[in-house]
Structure formats: structure tokens, C-alpha cells
Design a protein around this ligand. Sequence first.
Ligand SMILES: NC(=O)c1ccc[n+]([C@@H]2O[C@H](COP(=O)([O-])OP(=O)(O)OC[C@H]3O[C@@H](n4cnc5c(N)ncnc54)[C@H](O)[C@@H]3O)[C@@H](O)[C@H]2O)c1
Length: 419
Amino acid sequence: MKYDIKDLNLAKKGALRIEWARNNMPVLRMVYGRFKKERPLKGVNIAACLHVTTETAVLMEVLKAGGANVVLCASNPLSTQDDVAASLVHNLGIPVFAIKGEDTKTYYKHIEAVLSFHPRITMDDGADLVSMIHQHPEKFLAKDVLGGTEETTTGVIRLKALAQQKRLLYPIIAVNDALTKHMFDNRYGTGQSTIDGIIRATNKLLAGSVVVVCGYGWCGKGVAKRAQGMGANVIVVETSPLSALEAVMDGFQVMPIKEAARRGDIFITVTGNLNVIRKEHFLLMKDGAIVCNAGHFNAEIEIPALERLSRSKKTIRDFTDEYTLVNGRRIYLLGEGRLINLAAAEGHPAQVMDMSFSNQALSVEYILENHNKLKQAVYKVPDPIDSEIARLKLASMGVRIDKLTKEQKKYLASWQMGT
Ligand SMILES: NC(=O)c1ccc[n+]([C@@H]2O[C@H](COP(=O)([O-])OP(=O)(O)OC[C@H]3O[C@@H](n4cnc5c(N)ncnc54)[C@H](O)[C@@H]3O)[C@@H](O)[C@H]2O)c1
């Protein structure tokens, strides 16, 4: 079996950490039980490009239990947990191509490696894998792909753009757009793990500091709320009037990045956009300002400008680079501007990935059952899957809710019929 990982000897540690995640993913365990019995993915090749974390390992177990042949590469050069990669290879026999800290060339070589397994289904996080297929459709036999799934906001945006240009070659299910994904994973998962990553990288006290959150979407809302909960004074930077208004009414100060740049102690970008913090902003920052990113690509902070403005650079702690600017001030860049929650911490907690990855597994089953009916378009996760995941999650938490009475159902139906 071909694979490319850091060290197979890490497998034992990885297996224990995967066990911990599995214990916290009750919904996915239920899917595992059914898949093992029914084998709905029997013989199907799946190429996955995801963050190689303990939760992803549990998803790989589920796909394998369903009968799929799975291969996995990383969806970010810094997010791989090498012990998890080792355990997947050693204990599950899954070919993994991912090493934490791999360079860009190796990152793309690894994507090519999983594509050489001739997938019928692709599973992506950020659309790098699907983009590679679209760049070389003949080489990677795009015509044989039945469909794919996409995990994150940025990936869905890229794929919807391809569909709009009529260039998308097969159907995609936008897992990110399921309510049981973005309402929980992006908000609570990115919210908590971003703060976790900053603390692990810096051990800074948040209480009393000024935290600037750029982007008040699903992820930004989660980050801002959790930073506030730890005693930080939070400033939100937005470009959308609606999201800015929401931030104001949620009790945050809102202002342009140019003003926030002078005030912040810690800056977090989470917009999915380009060069949100730029040269002119670095020049305004206080000595000791910390800058990091939780958006998908490492393009939100203009790192080349920071490099050009600096007279020296040193790594002062793991995932913390100190840049001394020509004006003598120091700026600390965390995790090379890559997703800080995955670079310096462990990514989202298993409890939220339970729902995101149940959406992934059930969407793969849905594609296999329905690919004849699907067009070359980006689809929502079907509502029945979304609400079933919420129901199972609540049940696993021991939370019960009310049912509509017959009278209430009739009353609501009468409004829908316009009577
Ligand atoms: N770190 C993680 O683990 C993780 C998890 C989920 C999503 N993501 C990524 O995080 C990013 C944001 O995702 P989301 O679901 O919150 O998206 P979203 O679309 O809900 O929110 C993005 C927000 O950023 C704002 N914005 C855009 N450009 C801006 C700018 N220049 N300045 C300030 N605000 C700006 C938009 O108006 C919008 O409100 C995406 O790249 C997504 O893929 C990361």
C-alpha cells in the first residue's frame, strides 16, 4: 500500500486520541452502526481532502464500515495531526498522504496522489481537490466521478462560481450549507478552537485585552462571542452593512480596520477574503500586536507586505513569529497566517464535527442513490438529512422537545393554505 506520512510509530498515540473523538461523536457512531450492517458504499472509491484530525479519522472509519475504499490527503499544509495519519495507515489500512508542515509542492503532490486512486466520489474542504480535477479532467477521469461533497464556506463559494460559469463537471453537495453544519461547526467550533489556538500559541491573557475580529459571519460571530466571554473588549470589522448592524446590536464596537488597527492587541481575520489586514494597517499597530487568521486560506493577512516592512524575523515560540518592523515595533504572526485553530490547536471539538461529518457520510450515501437525477450543480444537503441529524444529536444529549398537537398542525396548515 502506498502512503506518505511522517512516522508510522505514532500510530498508538493517534489511536488513543481517535478513540477520544469517537466517544464524543454519538450521531456518527449511529451512522457507523447502520453502514456496517447495510454496506451502502460497497466498493466505491472515495478521495478525501480534509484536515487530517481525530474527527476526520472517525469519519474515515464510518466510510470504510460502509464498504468504501478511502484515500485521504490534507486540505491544509499545517493542519495534519501526524499521529492520526499514522493510525489511519497502520490500524485501518487507509492510504494517507499528509505531513504537518509539508511545503506547497508536496501539498499538491499529495492531492495528485489521492486522485490517482480513480475516485467515484470526492470529499473536499476548500475545493483544492475538485479544482485539480477540473484543471486536468482527462488525467483524473472526471467523467467517472459521480459526485462530491464540500465542507467549508470558501469551498462552496468556489464551486458555486464554477457552476455559474457552467464549468462544474459533476454534482456537489454543499455540506457547509446544512444548518446542522454551519450554525454549530462554524459558530461554536471555529469560535472555541480559534481562541484555543491563540492561547496555545501565545499563552496570552484575553481578559482586558482588545480583540479585533475581522468578519462577522458564522465563524466571526462565534469567535467574537467567545473572546468577549473571556473578558476581552471586542471590536468587529465588517464590509456588509447587515452583518455590521448585527454586530452592533449584539453589543460590539464596529469600525473600519484602519481605526481598529491602532487599538487592537489581538487581530483575527475570518472573512474568506483577500488582504483584509494590509501594509498600511501593520504600520498603525501597537508594539506587540498579535495577528492571526481563522479563514480558509492564508491570504487574509498580507504577509508579503509584513515581510517587506520588517528588518528582522524570528520564531519566538511554536507557531509564533516575531517581526520587528523598520519603525522598531514588533508584530507577532501566528501559524504563518494559516487557520490558527488547526495549526496551533486541534481544530473543532468532536461534538460539533459529529454533526458536520454525519452530513458528509449521509451526503455520500445520497449521491450514490441519486446521482442519475443530479445535474452538474451545487446542491443543499436534503432537509430530511439535516433535521434527522439535529434530532439524533438532541437525543444523544438527552434533550427532549415538544411535538405539535393535531390541533396545532391543522392550525399551521390552514395558514399555509391561505384560509
Ligand atoms: N478555521 C476553521 O476551522 C473554519 C471553519 C469553518 C469555516 N472556515 C472559513 O472561515 C471563513 C469564513 O467563514 P464563514 O462561514 O464565517 O463565512 P460567512 O460568509 O458567514 O462570513 C464572512 C464574513 O466576512 C465579511 N467580510 C468579507 N470581506 C471582509 C473584509 N474585507 N473585512 C471585514 N469583513 C469582511 C463578510 O461580509 C461576511 O459577513 C471562510 O474562509 C471559511 O471557509 C474556517
